[in-house]
Write a protein that binds this ligand. Structure first.
Ligand code: ATP
Ligand code: MG
Length: 411
C-alpha cells in the first residue's frame, strides 16, 4: 500500500467538528473590534526576512531560533512569526500616517515559529490582534487593554488576570539595564545558557526566563531589590499612573508584575499580559504593549503605537465546545429529482437542507435524518402524487402532512 503522509509536527488540522468554535471567535472579534472603530487588515503570510530582523529585534528568540526562513530568487523570505511588523510595514507603505489619527487596525491569521511543540505551543498557530497608531496618550493603552478584556468577556471569559508593567523609555531603561547587569554579574556563571547570551544584548529579557535555576537567582533579596525598584523617569511614571487610573475607572482588575518584560524588543512604557489559571504552564492568552519607536525603526515617521496579540489555540481551549449545527431538514425520498427541487426551494429561502444522493432505502434515509437534522421531510410516492410532503419533527416524532408549498413554514 502507498505510504500515507502525515501532518507536520507542531501543526494541526482544525477539523469540521471544531470549526464552529473558531468561526465564533472570529465573528465576535469582528463585532467587538468594530464597535471601537477598528478595521480589519490582512497582510501577507510571508515577508522579507529583514522586516522581522529589524521589527521584532535580532536579540529575540523569535528571530534567532524560531523563524521559518527560505530563499527564493536570491531573496530571503520568512513566514511571519507575528503580525505587528507586517502591519507596521503596511501602515508605512500605504501612507496610513496621512490619515487622521488614530489609525485602528485588527487582524487574525496563522503565525509560524519553530518552537518545541507541547500543550499550548505549536509551530503553526493563530493569533487575533489589534494595533493602534498615532496616540501617545495613556488613553490608547487603556483602550486596547479594555478591548482585549471586552473581547474575552464577549466570548464568556470573565475571570482572566491582567498583568501590567512599565518598561520606561529607552532613556530611563538604560540605567535600569546597567543595574540589572551589575547585580547579576556575580551570578553570571550560574545563569542558563540563554540568559548568558542575553546578558549583554538584552538584559531585561533575563527577568522572564522560565528556567527554575534562573528564577531562584532572581528571587534572591539583593536582586529583588533592584528588580522591584522604581527606575522609570517621572514622565514615564506619570503615563503609567494614568493608564492604571483609567483601568480603575473602567473597573478592569490588574496585577502589577515587575518581572513582566515581554519577549519582543520593540516595547516601551506599558506592557501587559492576560493569563489564565486553566492553561497549565503556557498560561498567557494575550500579550501586548506600547511600541513608540517601531514605525520609525522600520523607516516611517515617528508614530506612537500600542497593540496586543492573542493566541487563538489557547483561547479556544478555554472556551466551551460549540456544537456543530444540525441541518434544518433532511429530505427522505426515492425520487432524486423531486428531492432536488424541494431542497433547492428551501435552500433559496435560507434553510440548510440535504437529501440522500445515493438513494438508499427509506429506513436508512430516516436513520440518517434522525442523526443529521431537526426535521425529516418525507416525499414518498403518495406525497409526490398529491403534491404534499410529510413533515416529521425528529425531536418529538410528531408527523403531519402538508401541501408542499407549506413545508417551509413547518421547519
Ligand atoms: P509565550 O511566552 O507563551 O511564548 P510570547 O510572549 O512568545 O508567548 P507573543 O509573541 O506575545 O507570545 O504572542 C501572543 C500570544 O500568542 C501568546 O500570549 C500566546 O497566547 C500565543 N502564542 C505565542 N506563541 C505561540 C505558540 N508557539 N503556539 C501557540 N500560541 C502561541
Ligand atoms: Mg514565545
Amino acid at each position: 500500500m502507498t505510504k500515507i503522509i502525515n501532518v507536520i509536527k507542531g501543526t494541526k488540522d482544525i477539523l469540521p467538528q471544531d470549526v464552529a468554535s473558531w468561526q465564533r471567535m472570529e465573528k465576535i472579534a469582528l463585532e467587538v473590534f468594530s464597535k471601537y472603530g477598528y478595521k480589519e487588515i490582512r497582510t501577507p503570510i510571508f515577508e522579507a526576512t529583514e522586516l522581522f530582523a529589524r521589527g521584532v529585534g535580532d536579540t529575540t528568540d523569535i528571530v534567532n531560533k524560531e523563524m521559518y526562513t527560505f530563499e527564493k530568487s536570491d531573496r530571503s523570505l520568512t513566514l511571519r512569526p507575528e503580525n505587528t511588523a507586517g502591519v507596521v510595514r503596511s501602515f508605512i507603505e500605504n501612507g496610513m500616517a496621512r490619515l487622521s489619527p488614530p489609525v485602528k487596525l485588527w487582524y487574525k491569521g496563522p503565525m509560524f515559529r519553530y518552537e518545541r511543540p507541547q500543550a499550548g505551543r505549536q509551530r503553526q498557530f493563530h493569533q487575533v490582534g489589534v494595533e493602534m497608531f498615532g496616540v501617545k496618550q495613556p488613553t490608547a493603552d487603556a483602550e486596547v487593554i479594555l478591548l482585549a478584556v471586552n473581547y474575552l468577556k464577549a466570548l464568556g471569559l470573565n475571570d482572566l488576570e491582567v498583568e501590567i508593567n512599565s518598561l520606561g523609555c529607552p532613556k530611563c531603561r538604560e540605567a535600569y539595564k546597567a543595574k540589572i547587569k551589575e547585580v547579576l554579574k556575580p551570578e553570571f556563571d550560574n545563569l542558563c545558557e540563554d540568559c548568558q547570551n542575553r546578558y549583554e544584548k538584552n538584559p531585561l529579557r533575563l527577568l522572564d526566563c522560565k528556567v527554575d535555576s534562573c528564577k531562584e537567582i532572581f528571587a534572591k533579596p539583593e536582586i529583588q531589590k533592584v528588580i522591584q525598584s522604581d527606575f522609570i523617569c517621572e514622565e514615564c511614571a506619570e503615563h503609567y499612573r494614568a493608564v492604571k487610573s483609567y483601568l480603575d475607572v473602567l473597573r478592569i482588575k490588574y496585577v502589577e508584575n515587575k518581572l513582566l518584560v515581554r519577549g519582543l524588543d520593540y516595547y516601551n512604557r506599558t506592557v501587559f499580559e492576560i493569563k489564565s489559571n486553566n492553561l497549565g504552564s503556557q498560561n498567557a492568552v494575550c500579550g501586548g504593549g506600547r511600541y513608540d519607536s517601531l514605525v520609525r525603526n522600520l523607516g516611517g515617521d515617528d508614530t506612537p503605537a500600542v497593540g496586543w496579540a492573542m493566541g487563538m489555540e489557547r483561547l479556544n481551549s478555554l472556551l466551551p465546545l460549540v456544537e456543530t449545527q444540525k441541518l434544518d431538514a433532511y429530505i427522505v425520498s426515492n425520487s432524486p429529482s423531486d428531492a432536488f427541487a424541494l431542497a433547492e426551494e428551501l435552500r433559496a429561502a435560507g434553510k440548510t437542507v440535504e437529501f440522500d444522493l445515493t438513494n438508499k432505502k427509506f429506513t436508512k434515509q430516516l436513520e440518517k435524518a434522525g442523526k443529521a437534522a431537526d426535521f425529516a421531510l418525507i416525499l414518498g410516492e403518495d406525497e409526490i402524487k398529491s403534491g404534499t410532503v410529510s413533515v416529521k419533527n425528529l425531536k418529538t416524532s410528531e408527523q403531519i402532512t402538508v401541501k408542499k408549498c407549506e413545508a417551509l413554514n413547518k421547519i
